[in-house]
Design a protein around this ligand. Structure first.
Ligand code: AHN
Ligand code: ZN
Length: 325
């Protein structure tokens, strides 16, 4: 016993004696100050959009809202590119479309993409009345953009280390209604994102991942893990849902897998050659037949039905994800 103990003690003593007297540098745990997402501000950005009336392509409200979004993003971001395109809808109308692309640190290689559609639906085909008039689109169109404008405002006050692109896609919601006299057209939704994914605003564009926000302002909304998101970007789904849980939004972001949704993320994943694995944060409603937001494509999709708690849960989660990247 002694034979072992003595050399061991000697080793320890020598070890201690040879220890330099300078304080050891401890590697600080990676803690980043994450800005607080202001849901009142996001709500006001939705109110601003709604005040233009429906944002249906080729209408006055659409043109005026585009100017507003470009001006706002120009005031917060380093660069703004407007990608214009004439896109033919299922009914033969040519939609004068604008994808609005705003960037922080446009030259930084390490970057992420945040996106939402900004146009609104020209019909209320899920309503029982006035089916042929355009919806207000506070949630479906307004909410994702409202959150992204508030995120842009926060990033202008304190820039994240990585590059960030914010894309507001146009002509997402001019899709063919399920009951339609026109011949069936595949891929009639998401025309703006289909255009972007096949005509990238920069050659060789690449982002580590993308997050799409769609119908992110409903009262008591729940967000589940949609199939295309889980298939194309499983790690991003985990990252975002784990972040939400960490922040205390576990009852809003449910670890439940749900069916595929045809939305902008599907075209980014399918058409942009794997350059941006993208997830969709979109309300899943277990009660409605469509499983979409209860007022989806009806005239009840209006400002008074927007819930600031939902905006906060989504906005804070996305900000946290970006700052911890
Ligand atoms: C369809 O309605 C086929 N897909 C959902 C895409 C969408 C419409 N998101 C908002 N409005
Ligand atoms: Zn819609």
């Amino acid at each position: 016993m002694k034979k072992i103990l003595i050399p061991l003690l000697a080793l320890i003593i020598i070890g201690c004696a040879s220890e330099p007297k300078v304080k050891k540098k401890t590697v600080p745990a990676k803690t980043v100050e994450v800005p607080s997402f202001n849901a009142d501000s996001a709500y006001n950005f939705i109110a601003d959009q709604v005040a233009f009336g429906p944002r249906v392509p080729n209408t006055k409200g659409h043109i005026a809202c585009a100017d507003y979004l470009i001006e706002k993003l120009n005031s917060y971001c380093d660069t703004v590119i407007v990608q214009e395109a004439q896109l033919t809808a299922f009914d033969g109308n040519v939609l004068n479309s604008k994808n609005i692309i705003a960037s922080f640190k446009p030259l930084r290689a390490k970057r992420v993409l945040l996106c939402a559609h900004w146009d609104t639906r020209p019909f209320a085909d899920q309503d029982s009345i006035n089916k042929n008039s355009a919806i207000e689109g506070a949630n479906d169109g307004g909410s994702g953009v409202g959150i992204l404008l508030e995120i842009a405002r926060q990033f202008s006050l304190k820039k994240p280390d990585i590059g960030v692109d914010i894309i507001l896609f146009d002509s997402e919601d001019y899709g063919q209604p399920s009951e339609s006299d026109y011949p069936r057209m595949e891929h009639s939704y998401c025309l703006g994102s289909q255009y972007w994914a096949t005509h990238l605003h920069k050659d060789n564009y690449f982002a580590k991942f993308g997050v799409l926000l769609d119908m992110v302002g409903g009262e008591n909304a729940v967000f589940t893990q949609e199939l295309a998101s889980v298939t194309f970007a499983p790690k991003i789904v985990k990252k975002v849902w784990n972040t939400a849980a960490k922040l205390g939004y576990g009852s809003t972001f449910k670890f439940q897998k749900t069916n595929l949704i045809i939305d902008d993320h599907l075209y980014i994943n399918n058409l942009a050659q794997g350059r941006v694995p993208t997830i969709d944060i979109i309300e899943y409603n277990p009660i409605t037949e469509s499983h979409f937001y209860e007022h989806w494509h009806t005239h009840e999709d209006k400002l008074e039905n927007i819930d600031k708690n939902t905006l906060k849960a989504v906005g804070q989660t996305v900000i946290d994800v970006v700052y911890n990247e």
